[in-house]
Design a protein around this ligand. Structure first.
Ligand SMILES: Cc1cc2nc3c(=O)[nH]c(=O)nc-3n(C[C@H](O)[C@H](O)[C@H](O)COP(=O)(O)OP(=O)(O)OC[C@H]3O[C@@H](n4cnc5c(N)ncnc54)[C@H](O)[C@@H]3O)c2cc1C
Length: 312
């Protein structure tokens, strides 16, 4: 079993920043990530609200740069998914799909995964017209019609990305008003190939081998109609990746991890950063900030332990 000062669970912007800052504080730091670091952000074509990039930055450029910076500072990486986190005296044990690690402090930055719409048989359409990633799958629908479901930043941003690839985007939100940033709302209304349906609810996905349409209820009129679409992109919320800490950490009603302002959880030596924590705002810059705070707090926690050990 390997021992580390700090083990970071997750491999995107919060985790990479935590790894960078912990290593720069001289801590032996390991980042555990199931695939390629930056896997989540890599799918975002253009991030326009990350400071320092006036023309925006592609997700697939931002994360490798942070990973390189973290690796230069001494951060180690293992391409493994955390499966269980458990206490080991004052330390923590992390079991992965490939090994076991002991950490004196743990930073959980495992982010989120997309929520499903909740319509019957939805899973069977994944990869057959149903997607959560415009830049990955948008080009497959060139010249076709797609529906986007959701009214937040992600939905509107992804609808704008899709509008570059497809003939027509049909944006469906169940509310009267979008919750997305004003900038995206304005661009949506200016985009000629995006149509908007407010108070719309997708009741069923239609098709045979692939999606051919959706059954849509208009909540304002109560009418239900079948709308022909070739693809369906869903952004109705995100669920946190916290299964490995099940039963160990108190979670809020959405499964997110409550922290204080220093990213400390209810467990001493366990910190949470980024979209996995309660109150996260869902912005890459905020997740990076959380990662930095968590790393400094983990370093201070270890300093305190070291001082106590010296005094004893
Ligand atoms: C379509 C889309 C567009 C977006 N556009 C923008 C934008 O323009 N601007 C902006 O600021 N934000 C944007 N966001 C939000 C932004 O991507 C997130 O706020 C940010 O990625 C959160 O970072 P994170 O590191 O907390 O979590 P995530 O990015 O979710 O990363 C979590 C990491 O943890 C890993 N992981 C998961 N489970 C485990 C496990 N068991 N063990 C180890 N590792 C695990 C994952 O593989 C991943 O590497 C967008 C999000 C989406 C989905």
């Amino acid at each position: 079993m390997e021992d580390h000062d700090v083990v970071v669970i997750g491999g995107d912007i919060a985790a990479l920043t935590a790894g960078l800052v912990a290593a720069r504080h001289g801590r032996d730091t390991l980042v555990l990530v199931p695939g390629v670091p930056g896997d989540h952000l890599a799918n975002i074509e253009l991030i326009e609200d990350f400071p320092g990039f006036p023309d925006g930055v592609a997700g697939y450029e931002l994360c490798p740069a942070v990973q390189e910076q973290a690796a230069s500072a001494g951060t180690q990486f293992a391409m493994e998914a955390a499966e269980r986190l458990a206490a080991d005296g004052a330390d923590w044990l992390i079991e992965t799909d490939a090994g076991r690690y002991r950490a004196r402090a743990v930073i959980i930055a495992a982010g989120t995964h997309p929520q499903s719409l909740g319509v019957p048989g939805e899973e069977r359409w994944q990869g057959k017209g149903l997607s959560h990633c415009a830049s990955c799958d948008g080009p497959l629908f060139r010249g076709k019609t797609v529906a986007v479901v959701g009214g937040g930043d992600l939905a509107l941003q992804e609808a704008l990305t899709l509008a570059k690839h497809v003939a027509q985007v049909f944006l469906i939100d169940r509310h009267d008003t979008f919750s997305a940033q004003e900038t995206y709302q304005r661009r949506i209304l200016e985009q000629p190939n995006i149509g908007v349906q407010r108070r719309g609810v997708v009741e069923a996905i239609l098709g045979d081998a692939t999606i051919t349409g959706i059954r849509l209820r208009d909540d304002a009129s109560g009418e239900t109609t079948d709308v022909a679409v070739d693809g369906l992109f869903v952004y109705v919320g995100e669920d946190p990746n916290t299964a490995f800490a099940d039963g160990l950490l108190p979670l809020d009603a959405t499964g997110r991890i409550p922290t204080d302002a220093l990213m400390r959880t209810a467990l001493p030596g366990v910190f949470a950063a980024g979209d996995v924590r309660q109150g996260a705002v869902g912005l890459a810059a905020a997740a990076a900030g959380d990662g930095a705070v968590a790393a400094v707090a983990a370093h201070r926690h270890l300093l305190e332990r070291e001082q106590q050990n010296t005094a004893a």
